[in-house]
Design a protein around this ligand. Structure first.
Ligand code: SF4
Length: 465
């Protein structure tokens, strides 16, 4: 028998954005479409595709899911063998069609398209400077700043791009498309992912390598922090636009955002998550009858926990797959009220069992509380919650909506108090050392430790104090 309960999506971390690029492949817009479709989990508020057909640039953008915005007819309008796309969750600048990417920058020196994933932390300062110098912005997104900075610089295009990139602070994976070249860029701290792939005689860029498989392409490699890749005709050249780089990949990419079939820093996400579950079992073993994971991002670590502990892995929770529409255009009011989605507990599996519930993270605690209540309603004898990451105590300024410090429950409650709040019999988090053992040491852990890899430009005031 199935027991259903609604839980609030706003208790979880909001995902960020996804970018995808195609160079020198016939009917590029269709490939971008399928690429974006496989990156949909990274952003559901809006999406767009822009293509170049010689010097003719076309764009289709809209608020909604990829399958809602694009039609056979509007994809046919996007001609040419080069195109880039974007799926958006608005972490900075808010929603609205004007903030939907790719951005088109028009100039007498040539037009170009920009797709960006991340957050420019010094965006407000740069925007003010640009406006004082006469730049006119069409959106409130910090991503448009990149285009204006490039526009303002002197020299050949790649030199202008490099000069602009050197002014940006924060997290960014960027794809830029001109009429004859595609550029792939990662920020100097390597906070956001970007992978290179190939298909037929052409090349692909994507936030996640799993998108290459979907379009029939092949993964080549992960871009380096501070790297700018130039793809022109059939040639690829690469250089570092900054020397002061470090590898601080967002830990949340491993824990939560990326699909299990993606590679980060050339390692498979499912295998890494499984390892984190094994370490979690070593660190906080508890007797139980079954291990279950919260779909989808926690299933791999639940399998790892089960392997290491020898306790049977079971499918105790099922997520309703057809809730896409509820993601569209979440207004502030909707977010506060909570966007509801269905999660079902399998009573026949759960009843009279000591359940070990593995989840990836706790942000505000509301989601965990609801999931524990599902298990109780299904007759669980005991519920022991194990979290595949450390407590989140600090906000993210790099394009991930983890809420303000005030809203983060681990800031207010210790492990014991939080256990009581969510109604579990026991609660344990993975340690920072455990995270580093599973994901490697090249990580941004700022939301767990408060140690930010960049200057934060005064953002730690107000509700973040
Ligand atoms: S602060 Fe957290 S969510 Fe933000 S980039 Fe760092 S690890 Fe990722």
């Amino acid at each position: 028998m199935l027991r259903e309960i609604e839980y609030f999506l706003n208790g979880k971390i909001k995902e960020e954005c996804g970018v995808f690029g195609v160079f020198n492949i016939k009917e590029a817009s269709k490939i971008v479409y399928y690429g974006l479709h496989s990156l949909q989990h990274r952003g559901q508020e809006g999406c767009g595709i822009g293509t170049f057909n010689k010097d003719v640039v076309e764009r289709v953008r809209g608020e909604g899911l990829v399958t809602e915005i694009f039609t056979k007819k509007n994809l046919e309008k996007l001609k040419g063998n080069m195109g880039i796309g974007h799926v958006r969750y608005s972490t900075s600048g808010g929603g609205g069609i004007e903030n939907t990417q790719p951005f088109l920058i028009k100039s007498h020196r040539g037009n170009f398209l920009v797709s960006h994933n991340g957050n420019i932390i010094n965006g407000d300062i740069l925007k003010r400077e640009l406006e004082l110098e006469g730049s006119i912005f069409n959106s409130t997104s910090d991503s448009e700043i990149i285009g204006h900075l490039i526009q303002r610089e002197e020299g050949i295009f790649i030199e202008r791009v490099k000069k602009a990139l050197n002014k940006l602070e924060g997290a960014f994976s960027i794809i830029i498309l001109t009429e004859d070249t595609m550029y792939g860029i990662r920020d100097k701290n390597g906070l956001r992912p970007l992978s290179l792939g190939k298909l037929n005689g052409g090349f692909l860029l994507s936030s996640e390598s799993s998108a290459f498989d979907i379009v029939g392409g092949k993964y080549l490699r992960f871009l380096e922090p501070g790297e700018i890749l130039q793809i022109k005709k059939e040639e690829i050249s690469s250089e570092k636009y900054r020397k002061d780089t470090q590898n601080k990949m967002c830990a949340m990419e491993y824990i939560y955002f990326s699909r299990p079939d993606s590679n980060i820093n050339n390692l498979n996400v499912h295998s890494i998550r499984r390892k984190s579950g094994e370490i979690l079992a070593q660190e906080s073993f508890v007797e139980g009858d079954i291990v279950i994971g919260v779909p989808d991002s926690s299933l791999s670590s639940a399998m790892g926990y089960s392997d290491k502990s020898g306790i049977t892995y079971e499918m105790g929770l099922i997520k309703n797959r057809y809730v896409g529409r509820t993601f569209i255009k979440p207004t502030q009011e909707e977010r506060e009220r909570g966007v509801r989605m269905k999660l079902s507990g399998l009573e026949s599996i759960i009843r009279d069992k000591k359940v070990i519930l593995v989840d990836d993270s706790i942000v505000r605690g509301t989601t965990s509380k609801y999931i524990v209540s599902i298990l109780r309603e299904c007759g669980a004898k005991e519920v022991h919650v194990r979290i595949g990451s450390a407590p989140i105590t600090s906000p993210c300024f790099y394009g991930v909506d983890t809420s303000t410090r005030k809203e983060l429950i681990s800031n207010r409650l210790n492990e014991e108090e939080l256990c009581e709040y969510i109604g579990a019999d026991s609660l344990k988090f993975l340690s920072i050392e455990g995270m580093e053992k599973a994901f490697g040491k090249n990580l941004c852990l700022a939301c767990f430790t408060g140690e930010y890899p960049t200057e934060v430009y005064g953002l730690l005031g107000g509700d973040n104090e």
